[in-house]
Design a binder for this molecule. Structure first.
Ligand code: WT7
Length: 644
């Protein structure tokens, strides 16, 4: 057995089972030495920390590397310049396969980030300000995040598929005074007008002073005098160097919103040093990235996967990372495979919903392309079902590229449970083992930890890790209530999981009112709130049910005030309402108009019954004796059967 003293630089890369077992043991017996060793040897610090971990269980506050000074962009960019200045940092692939790709070297990225940082400063942004970024997957998006980090501004990226109302609520929640957007965006054959969505949002955001607009589509947009500026023009006279702001380890790096079980989205706050250390370490190990490899994650930078594993994790490792603007189906369903062949991609990271959609197409779309460069395949966002796992393994990895089924969350900042390729033997549908430094626990309904293997429970994490979200922006009590109240002193994930006979984890899905649709995390409460705004609606309940491609789809059970309306028109109006208050991703696949909902005597809707009926499990509805009116269940079964 190696002691901590024997840790060498090579331990940054966990490349054998022996090392994994060793590091796992060390990281649990002495987490502080473990993380400080990793931190010390692999990053550039302006000043080292005074204390590795400060954990206050009573107040649910966690600080890592307190007292350290750094700037994450110096770690993502500057420190690579001497040895890798000409290496490609980012390959940008357009939505349109005939448009030239961009190969942005570390040197060029440095100039672009510094210039953009100066543009932000010239427009009044400073350390600690929140800046909303609402951009399509163009290089300016990644440059904008890094430019914020360069000057110490806190980026709050909003996925460019969200509606004006959703943008406005996120801007207001974080008091952003600047927005960075573009005239429009391309998604497959569609051209969307993003600027008009921002304009609509800003009608309700009085605090926003400046909007920087990138030109992507040459769409005609309205530029509000005194507020809106073209980004290209601002960049044309910006200086090429911008001194990086010195940040404290615990200064916020970004806010990113995730849906919760109440109407209001939660702004998860991630801080600088811990996030940096953990995303770098996990990227290196989960993808076994080697110098010269080409890495591609198909997520959008608007989600945490994009933050951590398109941008920060890869750049911290001096990697080459692909940013793809388009969609898997345009110009045809061979696009992903074409891109893998074009760039000889070595690590490919995507979502089960994309895998299922692509597996449904003619296999010629795959077989036309040479995929032999692939070494590692990743999956993220929702449980990957057995069929999709095998299709991915057989047809894409040709049984030679291990699949890393990575479980994590917006809140965790980085991958928590995942195989390490060529180290951990994989098992279909299992995320397998925690990464070193991560201590999962399964809890029973009484709040006790379940020991031993071959068991199932609610998934918690027992000990802090560097990239955990520190708080909910502006509402620490909500952070405590959501994550640290169910189980004393532990982080509760909201997921259920099982542990097999050797200790491998399989994540079985959410145990709260969040539904994962096509890999997107959607709270049912905000959707219900949106529907209840409709004048004809009295009450509604939203649940998720299994769907072949999306993993889960949404069904709404709706009680009407006005039953004279045409049901088809109403269904359209309800979905339009959801689209405009949240976004098209939250639209309902099924809408049932019912005369009542299955409520308990205390007035709580028993969603379990709606879920079971919608999943075609009518036979085992469980105990319905506490229902106020059990006969309503028969009506609901009838209504659902009409669409099955
Ligand atoms: C929820 C978090 C983390 C990046 C994308 C989603 C589900 C995520 C897996 C997986 C089973 C998974 C969980 C989790 N989830 N990855 N490999 N296997 N479930 O981030 O939007 O914050 O959603 O996604 O339910 O709690 P997110």
């Amino acid at each position: 057995m190696n002691s901590l003293k024997a840790l060498t630089d090579s331990y940054y890369n966990v490349d054998s089972l022996e090392k994994y077992i060793d590091l796992n043991r060390i990281s649990q017996s002495d987490p502080e030495s473990f993380w400080s060793t990793i931190a010390e040897r692999n990053f550039s610090w302006r000043k080292k920390w005074d204390k590795v971990l400060d954990w206050n269980k009573e107040e649910s506050t966690v600080k890592w590397f307190e007292g350290a000074k750094l700037n994450i962009t110096e770690n993502c960019i500057d420190r690579h310049l001497a040895s890798k200045g000409d290496k490609t940092a980012i390959i940008w692939e357009s939505n349109d396969p005939t448009e030239a790709a961009q190969h942005i070297s570390y040197k060029e990225l440095s100039i672009r980030v510094n210039k953009m940082a100066n543009v932000l400063k010239n427009n009044g942004a400073k350390k600690g300000d929140r800046i909303c970024i609402y951009l399509p997957m163009i290089p300016e998006l990644s440059v904008a995040l890094l430019a914020c980090a360069r000057i110490g501004a806190i980026h709050s990226v909003v996925f460019a598929g969200f509606s004006a109302a959703a943008v406005a609520s996120r801007i207001n929640d974080a008091d952003c005074k600047m927005v960075i957007t573009s005239d429009g965006s391309y998604r497959g054959a569609k051209k969307l007008n993003l600027k008009s969505i921002v304009d609509e949002a800003l009608e309700n955001c009085p605090i926003v002073e400046t909007v920087l607009v990138a030109n992507r589509t040459n769409l005609d947009v309205e530029m509000k005098a005194g507020r809106d500026r073209w980004l290209e023009k601002e960049l044309s006279y910006a200086e090429e160097t911008c001194e990086a702001e010195e940040m404290d380890a615990e200064d916020p790096l970004f806010v990113l919103y995730t849906s919760g079980s109440t109407g209001k989205p939660k702004g998860m706050v991630h801080t600088t040093a811990g996030y940096m250390v953990y995303t770098a370490f996990s990227f290196k190990n989960v993808f076994q990235y080697k110098d010269g490899d080409i890495y591609w994650c198909t997520a959008d930078i608007g989600w945490i996967t994009g933050h951590s594993y398109i941008l920060y994790g890869p750049l911290l490792n001096g990697a080459t990372t692909i940013i793809f603007e388009g969609v898997p189906s345009y110009p045809d369903y061979g696009r992903f495979w074409e891109i893998i062949e074009k760039y000889k991609v070595n690590q490919f990271y995507t979502a089960p919903t994309a895998i299922r959609a692509l597996a449904n197409q003619d296999i010629d779309f795959v077989n036309k392309h040479d995929l032999s460069s692939l070494k590692v395949l990743g999956s993220v966002g929702e449980p990957i079902n057995e069929e999709a796992w095998h299709w991915y393994n057989d047809n894409i990895g040709k049984k030679k590229a291990p699949i890393v089924d990575t479980w994590w969350q917006t809140e965790t900042g980085g991958i928590m449970i995942s195989p390490i390729p060529f180290v951990t033997p994989t098992k279909p549908t299992f995320a397998t083992l925690p990464l070193p430094g991560i201590q999962p626990a399964l809890m029973d309904e009484e709040g006790k930890e379940i020991q031993g293997n071959s068991t199932a429970g609610r998934l918690c994490i027992k000990f802090p890790w560097p990239s955990m979200a520190r708080t909910v922006y502006g509402d620490h009590q909500r952070y405590i209530d959501t994550y640290f109240s169910a189980y004393k002193g532990m982080y509760f994930t909201g997921d259920g999981a099982l542990r097999d006979e050797v200790g491998y984890y399989r994540i079985t899905g959410r145990v709260d009112d969040v539904v994962i649709v096509s890999g997107h995390n959607l709270g049912t409460a905000p959707i219900e709130n949106a529907i209840n705004e409709h004048p004809a609606v009295a009450e509604s309940a939203i649940i998720g049910f299994p769907h072949d491609i999306k993993g889960n789809a949404l069904a709404g059970f709706i009680i009407l005030k006005d039953e004279t309306r045409n049901p088809e028109n109403l269904q359209k109006e309800i979905n339009n309402l959801i689209s405009s208050s949240i976004g098209p991703i939250a639209k309902l696949d099924r809408i049932h108009f019912v005369s009542g909902l299955p409520k308990t005597r205390s007035g709580k809707i028993m969603r379990r019954i709606l879920r079971k009926v919608s999943s075609n499990e009518m036979e085992n509805l469980g105990d319905t004796s506490t229902l106020l009116d059990p006969s309503i269940v028969d009506e609901i079964i009838e209504k659902v059967k009409e669409v099955l």
